[in-house]
Design a protein around this ligand. Structure first.
Ligand code: SAH
Ligand code: TYD
Ligand code: ZN
Length: 409
């Protein structure tokens, strides 16, 4: 398992590995049967820096293998997330973007789920995202986008063309980028002296509390805590001036950074940091407990699915999430246990799930006919999905969930 002296991607400190998922396929690489022979695998191992505490993967997948023309994740696919970003856009418009001719840059704008609100309000903006399929959708919605990776050189070009930004914002993207030194140098170039860099990502504290090991996959390179973000901000000349817990995607934190000394940190930073300290997230004992819980989930889930099959019950999957790649491939769940997975994303229909090669069908396939059980891979959208699929429950169907432990609803 150990690859020797692995170094932290942020500070160069020693990385202590705490979980090894083995060889894994790319989580969003949905396949056609022709692609199977050339499927790409990498080693999915996660460690924590003994110096700055940053939790991170030990192997970096080349970025253009993950983010390209056919990147299938569409942010607007969830009503909850559309609402979440609408609220955020309103808040920014009322606060940071209320001055004269404000300008906002979004890193990882995807299909424009957030920026379309900014565009509608007539505010100067620019999205940066390398995935051409989704950025075209954003453009069709009136959003200005550069289809490219954000990094220092790109920030320099944007500054030359557009001038400095009041806000640089990113959701579920900063944790995807291993080369954060370059990102921070870019932010430093592009941001006005008193501007803010705001980003929100899954919180490692919530992953530990919920045993949501399926947040660990190729695209999620970092798992942030307040402590590790504070340490990183400091290295880069910034400071954490606000933090807020968010309920979406199984628990996230929105971090607001400003240049050091420019803004007074809010009381929330100290409060949340104190609450996080109690969890002792960087302690080897905490990480070992998590590892044991994950191994138990694998055992319980495979046993449950095998028992149900032996009883002649039908089980299908719901939500062809990136997260599900870690679950199916780590637990060894294939089409023999789950004949198909239902999902609303057109780009995933008719394709095979990475590694497990379980077919993906439209959401309507759930009712053809209703199975006895549905394994909910999109557990972060449980409320929205269960409300929509009430007929499944009424027909006697039950949901299987696997976090924080395997249970049936
Ligand atoms: N912000 C959206 C999208 C998250 S998915 C949301 O929260 O739903 C992550 C997005 O980041 C993808 O669209 C991907 O193409 C983009 N991305 C990955 N690396 C990037 C980089 N270096 N710069 C800008 N965008 C990047
Ligand atoms: P999500 O959990 O947001 O992200 P990730 O891929 O990063 O793990 O993905 C949700 C998936 O679930 C996406 O493929 C769309 C699908 N989905 C449905 O099929 N029905 C729904 O009602 C919702 C909200 C999502
Ligand atoms: Zn470190």
């Amino acid at each position: 398992m150990s690859q020797g002296n692995l170094a932290c991607r942020v500070c160069g400190g020693r990385l202590a590995e705490f979980f090894d998922f083995g060889r894994q396929p790319l989580s969003d690489a949905f396949l056609t049967p022709d692609d199977i022979d050339e499927e790409f695998f990498y080693q999915l191992t996660v460690g924590a820096c003994e110096s700055c505490t940053m939790v991170q993967l030990t192997e970096e997948v080349p970025r253009d293998r993950m983010f390209h023309e056919d990147y299938p994740y569409h942010s607007s696919g969830s009503a909850t997330m559309r609402q979440h970003f609408e609220q955020l856009a309103k808040h920014l418009i009322d606060t940071e973007l209320s001055g004269r001719d404000p300008f906002i840059v979004e890193i990882g704008c995807n299909d424009g789920v957030m920026l379309r609100q900014i565009s509608k309000a007539g505010i100067r903006h620019l999205g940066v995202d390398p995935s051409g399929g989704v950025t075209r959708l954003a453009m069709a919605d009136g959003v200005r986008v550069l289809t490219d990776f954000f990094e220092e050189s790109l920030a320099e070009a944007v500054l030359a063309d557009e001038g400095p930004a009041d806000v640089i914002y990113a959701a579920n993207t900063i944790c995807h980028i291993p080369y954060l030194d370059s990102v921070f140098r870019g932010v430093d170039l592009l941001l006005k002296p008193d501007g803010v860099f705001i980003f929100e990502d899954p919180s490692f504290g919530d992953i530990i509390e919920r045993n949501s090991f399926d947040q660990i996959y190729d695209e999620h390179f970092y798992f942030f805590t307040l402590r590790s973000v504070q340490a990183m901000a400091e290295r880069m000349g910034f400071e954490l001036v606000d933090a807020e817990r968010l309920p979406v995607h199984g628990g996230e934190i929105r971090y607001t950074l400003a240049r050091k000394g420019r803004r007074r940190p809010s009381a929330r930073v100290a409060e949340l940091t104190a609450a996080e300290r109690v969890l002792d997230l960087a302690a080897p004992a905490t990480l070992e407990r998590f590892a044991a819980a994950v191994r138990n989930i694998r055992q319980d889930l495979t046993r449950l699915l095998e028992d149900l099959r032996a009883e002649g019950k039908r089980v299908v999957g719901y939500g062809a999430t990136a997260k599900s790649a870690t679950v199916t491939n780590y637990c060894g769940i294939g089409p023999g246990l789950i004949p198909y997975v239902c999902d609303t994303t057109p780009a995933k229909h008719g394709k095979l799930m990475p590694g497990s090669h379980i077919p993906v069908l439209p959401a309507e396939a759930l009712a053809e006919p209703f199975p006895d059980y549905a394994l909910l891979f999109a557990w972060n959208h449980a409320e929205e999905i269960m409300a929509k699929e009430q007929a499944f429950r009424e027909a006697g169907g039950r949901w299987i969930l696997y976090t924080p432990k395997v249970h049936i609803l």
